[in-house]
Design a protein around this ligand. Structure first.
Ligand SMILES: Cc1cc2nc3c(=O)[nH]c(=O)nc-3n(C[C@H](O)[C@H](O)[C@H](O)COP(=O)(O)OP(=O)(O)OC[C@H]3O[C@@H](n4cnc5c(N)ncnc54)[C@H](O)[C@@H]3O)c2cc1C
Length: 317
């Protein structure tokens, strides 16, 4: 049976849905194990066991976060060898993809990014051209590294849980010496809103907000939603790039996606079209966003959104 290693970088207090998805994929491919970096809290260890992890690997060095990705790739390469893994699964974030690329070089492994599904034999389905096509690809190397897009599978715990042992993996000392060290960090101010990738409701704004996300923030707060944006809005500097949804941004699949002042370009749709219910507010009735919206409101977002917020607040008391 194939040994499948899932990389989880800084699991925190509770595993993210994206990590649970990786573990669910891993079980369908073979025997799952986890290589983590950072602290392992008891609750997380219990979840890993419930999701069928057969072994847990931790790095001998506690300072991998003090460097850019080089030492993490070196650690993961050593973990792959210790575990005898033939498949490695990671998230699809920019950092995870960089780690995957470096891991591929270290191990001579094929790397497949933007994976949205994996067959038991290891054939990966990969989303291309802004999500308009899915291709299949299989690495022909002894080890395959796959970076998996979030919201690709429904996470499910294993039928039978495990009691995995934790194994420490030596990180080669040369890895840190050859890598750039992070000299300072500035913590981002917390918005108090849910994480965009995991939120059940997303309120997203585009060029139509004209620099003023205020009405969207009010609506998001009334609904307990996360704020997202089109690339036009992030490129204009009205909101951070981490809010960008789409082909070159985040992929979200919330229960409800409220799109305001976004035209619905193919690259934007690539990141949100699997939302369960899409509500679009746009003053142009011909806007392509209405082709995929479940509910459409032709109107000025600065008039529509405050009315919606007021009504929601009233009904919630
Ligand atoms: C390689 C590549 C990758 C890309 N990746 C992404 C990506 O990840 N995400 C992304 O979003 N885009 C991406 N883009 C850009 C994409 O093609 C579009 O340019 C972008 O999505 C447009 O953003 P928008 O809908 O906000 O702006 P616009 O297309 O300008 O649309 C603005 C809309 O707002 C409406 N509007 C204006 N004022 C109001 C108002 N007061 N009330 C209501 N409606 C109003 C207008 O009718 C219009 O429909 C990418 C492009 C390329 C080439």
């Amino acid at each position: 049976m194939a040994k499948v290693l899932v990389f989880i970088d800084n699991p925190g207090q509770a595993l993210k849905k994206a990590s649970l998805e990786l573990l669910t994929f891993a079980r369908s491919l073979g025997e799952p194990a986890v290589a983590f970096n950072g602290e392992l809290h008891d609750g997380v260890a219990e979840t890993l066991a419930a999701y069928g992890a057969q072994a847990l690997y931790r790095p001998s060095a506690a300072d991998l976060d003090d460097y850019l990705v080089g030492p993490k790739a070196a650690y993961l390469a050593a973990a792959v060898q210790t575990a005898g893994a033939t498949i490695v699964l990671t998230e699809n974030s920019a950092e995870a993809k960089e780690i995957a690329a470096r891991l591929g070089i270290r191990l001579g492994a094929g790397v497949i990014t933007d994976v949205v599904g994996v067959e038991p034999g290891g054939t990966a389905h990969k989303s291309v051209l802004a999500g308009s096509y899915t291709t299949t690809a299989k690495a022909t190397t002894p080890v395959a590294v796959l970076t998996v897009k979030p919201n690709s599978i429904t996470p499910e715990p294993a039928v039978t849980g495990t009691a995995p042992a934790t194994v420490t993996v030596d990180v080669p000392e040369t890895a840190a010496a050859a890598s750039a060290r992070i000299t300072s960090r500035t913590e981002k101010a917390a918005s108090g809103r849910p994480d965009l990738g995991e939120a059940r409701i997303v309120v997203a704004g585009g060029r139509g907000v004209d620099g003023n996300f205020g009405p969207l923030e009010d609506l998001a707060d009334a609904l307990g939603a996360a704020i997202g944006a089109s690339r036009a809005a992030t490129d204009a500097g009205w909101i951070g790039h981490d809010a960008q949804i789409g082909q070159t941004g985040k992929t979200v699949a919330p229960q409800l996606y409220i799109s305001a002042g976004i035209s619905g370009a193919i690259q934007q749709k690539a990141g949100m079209q699997t939302a369960k219910v899409i509500v679009a507010v746009n003053k142009d009735a011909e806007s392509p966003i209405f082709e995929i919206a479940d509910f459409g409101i032709v109107g000025d977002l600065f008039k529509v959104l405050p009315q919606a917020t007021e009504e929601i607040k009233k009904r919630r008391g």
